[in-house]
Design a protein around this ligand. Structure first.
Ligand SMILES: *[C@@H]1O[C@H](CO)[C@@H](O)[C@H](O)[C@H]1NC(C)=O
Length: 312
C-alpha cells in the first residue's frame, strides 16, 4: 500500500527563471549565446593544452581539466533550460532529476578539489620555485586529478543516498531551471527537517570550508611574496587575482543555494546562472586572453594549421 504512494510522482515541473514571456525570450537568446561561447571557449582550451607540447605542465593540465568540468557542468543544465524555453514543455522525469542531481554533485565536488589543486600548484610555483618540477610531477598531477574525481563521486553518492528513497506524493513543481537537492527535498511528503540539515551540512559546509581554505591559501601566497620582495607582489597579484575571481564567483552561488537561511528571497536560482553560464565563460577568457604562453600557443597552432592546409 505504501509502495504505491511512493511512486505517484513520476515527473517534476521545472518552473524556470521567469514565466513572463519577454523575459523568457531574453533568457533564451542570452543562454544560447552564452552556451555556444562556453562550448567553443572550453573546447579550445582543452585542445590547445593537449596539442601544444609547450603547455605540457601541471598548471595547464589542471586548467584543461577545469575547462572540461566547466563544460560538463553547463551541458548538464543549460541545454535543458534552452529546450524548455523553446518548447514551453517544462517537465523532467523523476530519474532525470535524480541523475542531474547526482552528476551535478560529482562535477561540483571534483571542481572544488581541482581548484584546491590549482591553488597548491600556484603555491609551489611561487613559494618553492626550485622544487616546482619535482613536487608538481606528472604523477602528482594524476594523483590530484584522481583524488578530485573520487572525492566528487563519494560526495555525490552520499548526498543522493540520503534522498533517493524519499516519498513523493503531491506537489512536483521545482522553482528553478534545474534539479538540485534543496528544492527536491522540499517536495517530499515527509518531515524533511533533518534531511535538509544533512544536505546543508554536506554541501554547504563543504563549499564554505573549501572557499575559506582557498582564500586563506591565496592570502598566504601573497603575504609570502610580499615579505620576499615588494616588486614581485604586483606580478603575483595579477596571476592570483584571476584565480580569486573564479573562486569567488564559483563558490558564492553554492554557498547561497545551500546555506542561505531565508528561502523566501528567490535569489538563489538567479545566482545559479553564475555557476553554469558565467564562470565557465570566465575561465577561457581569463586564462587565454590574459596569458602570454597561451597566446604564443595559439599562434603556433594556427601557423601549423595553415601550413598543413597549404601542403594538402
Ligand atoms: C587532465 O590532466 C591530465 C594530466 O594530469 C591530462 O593527461 C589530461 O589530458 C587532462 N584532461 C583534459 C581534458 O585536458
Amino acid at each position: 500500500m505504501f509502495e504505491t504512494n511512493y511512486s505517484e510522482v513520476s515527473q517534476f515541473v521545472l518552473l524556470g527563471l521567469s514565466t513572463y514571456r519577454p523575459v523568457q525570450h531574453f533568457l533564451l537568446a542570452f543562454s544560447t549565446v552564452f552556451y555556444v561561447t562556453i562550448v567553443l571557449g572550453n573546447l579550445f582550451v582543452v585542445f590547445t593544452v593537449t596539442f601544444d607540447p609547450y603547455l605540457h605542465s601541471s598548471m595547464y593540465f589542471l586548467l584543461a581539466n577545469l575547462s572540461f568540468i566547466d563544460l560538463c557542468l553547463s551541458t548538464l543544465t543549460v541545454p535543458k533550460m534552452i529546450h524548455n524555453l523553446c518548447s514551453g514543455h517544462k517537465t523532467i522525469s523523476f530519474q532525470g532529476c535524480v541523475i542531474q542531481i547526482f552528476a551535478l554533485h560529482v562535477l561540483g565536488g571534483s571542481e572544488m578539489v581541482l581548484l584546491i589543486a590549482m591553488a597548491l600548484d600556484r603555491y609551489v610555483a611561487i613559494c618553492k620555485p626550485l622544487h616546482y618540477l619535482t613536487i608538481m610531477s606528472p604523477q602528482m598531477c594524476i594523483l590530484l586529478l584522481s583524488g578530485a574525481w573520487v572525492i566528487g563521486l563519494i560526495h555525490a553518492v552520499v548526498q543522493v543516498a540520503f534522498v533517493v528513497h524519499l516519498p513523493f506524493c503531491g506537489p512536483n513543481e521545482i522553482d528553478s531551471f534545474y534539479c538540485d537537492l534543496p528544492w527536491f527535498i522540499k517536495l517530499a511528503c515527509t518531515d524533511t527537517y533533518r534531511m535538509e540539515f544533512m544536505v546543508t551540512a554536506n554541501s554547504g559546509f563543504i563549499s564554505m570550508g573549501t572557499f575559506f581554505l582557498l582564500l586563506m591559501s591565496y592570502i598566504f601566497i601573497l603575504v609570502t611574496v610580499w615579505k620576499r620582495s615588494s616588486g614581485g607582489l604586483s606580478k603575483a597579484f595579477s596571476t592570483l587575482s584571476a584565480h580569486i575571481t573564479v573562486v569567488v564567483l564559483f563558490f558564492g552561488p553554492c554557498i547561497f543555494v545551500y546555506v542561505w537561511p531565508f528561502p523566501t528571497v528567490p535569489v538563489d536560482k538567479f545566482l545559479a546562472i553564475l555557476d553554469f553560464m558565467i564562470t565557465p565563460i570566465l575561465n577561457p577568457i581569463i586564462y587565454t586572453l590574459r596569458n602570454k604562453d597561451m597566446k604564443m600557443a595559439m599562434k603556433r597552432l594556427s601557423s601549423q594549421f595553415l601550413s598543413l592546409r597549404m601542403i594538402s
